[in-house]
Ligand binder design. Structure first.
Ligand code: F6R
Length: 608
């Protein structure tokens, strides 16, 4: 979603801001712009990519120490130069960038228009500079605080004033903003990635706070009272090498390949050195809450929701606790029963997804204990929940979730063991499960070695316009996830179905041009899914089966196969997901799609 960058005291602000926007590109956007201060303001915008903005800037560069910049993901109004940020006030002396959504912009706009303000865009954001202009009396801090007090909705903003060319005012409610502290210059950005090359010292602006940035100095105030607060300066826990693509063509491929190591990171500190026990040391403080609930609700969106669906199976099977899985936005659309004594687990890679954040708040209002499971540290969700566990999967920059998704599944498996152990699970069973899980990185490496075979199959089926993904048990949510991966990065229609549901309607769509990706596990579902495959073949649908050597033994000859390593059913969903990620990746590559930044998508979806 939208990305904000700002700097003051930088020797070449334009260069910094363009690099910062490039590092924010992964969030997803459709237009970009920046304002630089100097003798006056220089504002440039494009309805396109940061590279277009850079070309425009370099055709007439402007040396400046201070500026703000933005990548916009359209909500109110089409992607266009007019709607791109920064937005200026009527006299052109105030420029702002905004991330978030303003709920009351229409009434504010109406009032401001009646007072003579003239609007140039269709955006909600443009009310902000006009509102500040209407309140400005020479004091930037006071006018911004008075203006944002009138905004309802979510925002992170950065504002500059022509009268104060070395100062940036930032404010936050609901959308993230990080401030970087360097000697002689101060930076601001929507996340730490643009800041990492310059400093490790950051302040995470909190909701309800306003910051005044001048070269080498950041002062933080409460928006309401304008009382100065002493902000906590933290170290960025991300290093530069982990956010580079390295030799990989795409972040997505890099992140797929990083999974064996990411699994080790999830297990580190959670599986004891002897490999026998699972301990969530970050949750020891909540031992009472973790043992006193009788029910769990898992909530999340997209891939995180799919991980939650598998988590339900683990928790019910291993910990014998009833679990329901609730799509995050349904927490507000309907009124799910959340009794005291319910543990709500909110799963989110980014920790910023607006729907999930709203679900966390709703669950807390209903007195549930909320555990956030996030990958990004210091996120809004981590702060809003009662407790947080971090995945430690490492930064994920490709829009399509890969390693964060499989690490979420692994996390939930470990969590199920830990909860089971605190209830009924025997020490022997725990040891057995842990020994099984420790093999996951090795099985994953084995799966990754199947790239040539998967790439070839992706090429073979690249003609198809519709796919079905089917599975049972753990492999049902995996089918949903596999279909999601394909559609988001290749723009091909793909439906995930429970294998048994196919015959209840969707089978009507099958013909020779509709490949079915069939996920075959072990146990009860295996024979049934092989039966479903026969039904597909009888309708001339081509089938690609993902199965281990043994579970695929009964498949008819001639069916295309991706061989899944011979692992425990508990790990099968993760390993099969890795194969489906590779299939989606090579399919999209074959079609020449923009893999890391698919059209219309954003990495963290900060609007409801
Ligand atoms: C799919 C994908 C999205 C996210 C969803 C939730 O590849 O990336 O479906 O999973 O937007 O995002 P988080 O996990 O950040 O809450």
């Amino acid at each position: 979603m939208c990305g904000i960058a700002g700097c003051t005291g930088m020797s070449d602000a334009g260069k910094f801001l363009l690099n910062a926007l490039k590092r924010l590109e992964y969030r997803g956007y459709d237009s970009a712009g920046m304002t630089l201060t100097g003798d006056g303001f220089r504002t440039i915008k494009v309805a396109g990519k940061v590279a277009d903005l850079e070309a425009k800037y370099l055709s007439d560069p402007y040396l400046s120490l201070t500026g703000i910049a933005h990548t916009r993901w359209a909500t109110h109004g089409v992607p266009s130069e007019n709607n791109a940020h920064p937005h200026l006030c009527c006299n052109g002396r105030i420029s702002i960038v905004h991330n978030g959504i303003l709920n009351n912009y229409l009434s504010l706009k109406d009032r401001l228009e009646k007072a003579g303000h003239h609007f140039l865009s269709e955006t909600d954001s443009e009310v902000i500079p006009h509102l500040i202009e209407s309140l400005y009396d020479g004091d930037p801090i006071r006018s911004v605080s008075q203006a944002v007090e009138q905004l309802s909705g979510s925002f992170a903003i950065a504002v500059i004033f022509k009268d104060h060319p070395d100062q940036i005012i930032c404010a936050r409610k609901g959308s993230p903003l990080v401030i970087g502290l360097c000697t002689g210059c101060t930076l601001a950005a929507s996340d730490v990635l643009p800041i990492v090359p310059y400093t490790k010292k950051v302040i995470y602006l909190q909701d309800g706070e306003l910051a005044s940035l001048t070269p080498g100095r950041a002062q933080i105030f409460q928006i309401k009272s304008l009382k100065e607060v002493s902000a906590v300066i933290e170290d960025i826990g991300v290093d530069e090498s982990s956010i580079q693509k390295g030799a990989y063509e795409h972040f997505m491929l890099k992140e797929i390949m990083e999974q064996p190591e990411a699994f080790l990171n999830v297990m580190e500190g959670r599986v004891d050195a002897d490999g026998e026990q699972v301990v969530f040391s970050e949750l020891l403080h909540y031992a009472r809450e973790m043992t006193s609930f009788s029910r769990i609700i898992i909530t999340g969106c997209g891939s995180s929701l799919h991980a939650g669906l598998i988590g339900k199976y683990f928790l019910e099977e291993i910990a014998l606790i009833p679990v329901s899985v609730e799509q995050s936005s349904e927490f507000q659309c309907r009124n799910p029963i959340v009794e005291p004594g319910t543990l709500v687990i909110a799963i989110s890679q980014s920790g910023e997804t607006a729907d999930t954040l709203a679900a966390v708040r709703e669950a807390k209002a209903k007195r549930a204990f909320v555990l956030a499971v996030c990958n990004c540290e210091n996120s809004s969700m981590a702060r809003a929940a009662d407790a947080v566990s971090y995945l430690h999967a490492g930064p994920e920059q490709s829009v399509a979730s890969t390693k964060a998704y499989t690490c979420q599944v692994l996390f939930l498996l470990l969590f199920a063991i830990s909860l089971g152990r605190s209830r009924h699970l025997s020490i022997d069973r725990e040891r057995e499960l842990v020994q099984t899980i420790k093999k996951l990185p090795l099985f994953c490496k084995e799966m990754l070695a199947a790239v040539p075979q998967i790439r070839e199959l992706a090429g073979k089926y690249s003609y198809a316009r519709d796919f079905f993904y089917i599975g049972r048990g753990y492999l049902y949510p995996t089918a949903l996830e596999g279909a999601l991966k394909l559609k988001e990065i290749s723009y091909i229609h793909a439906e995930g179905y429970h294998a048994a549901e196919l015959k209840h309607g969707p089978i009507a769509l099958l013909d020779a041009s509709t490949p079915v990706i069939a996920l075959i596990g072990k146990g009860v579902g295996q024979e049934k899914t092989i039966g479903t495959i026969q039904e597909c073949l009888a309708r001339h649908a081509p089938v690609v089966a993902l199965a281990s050597e043994t579970s695929g033994e009964k498949l008819s000859p001639g069916i295309d196969r991706i061989i899944i390593p011979e692992c425990s059913p508990l790990l099968n969903s993760v390993i099969t997901a890795v194969a489906l990620q590779l299939f989606a990746y090579y399919f999209a590559k074959e079609k020449g799609c923009s893999i890391d930044q698919p059209r219309n998508l954003a990495k963290s979806v900060t609007v409801e």
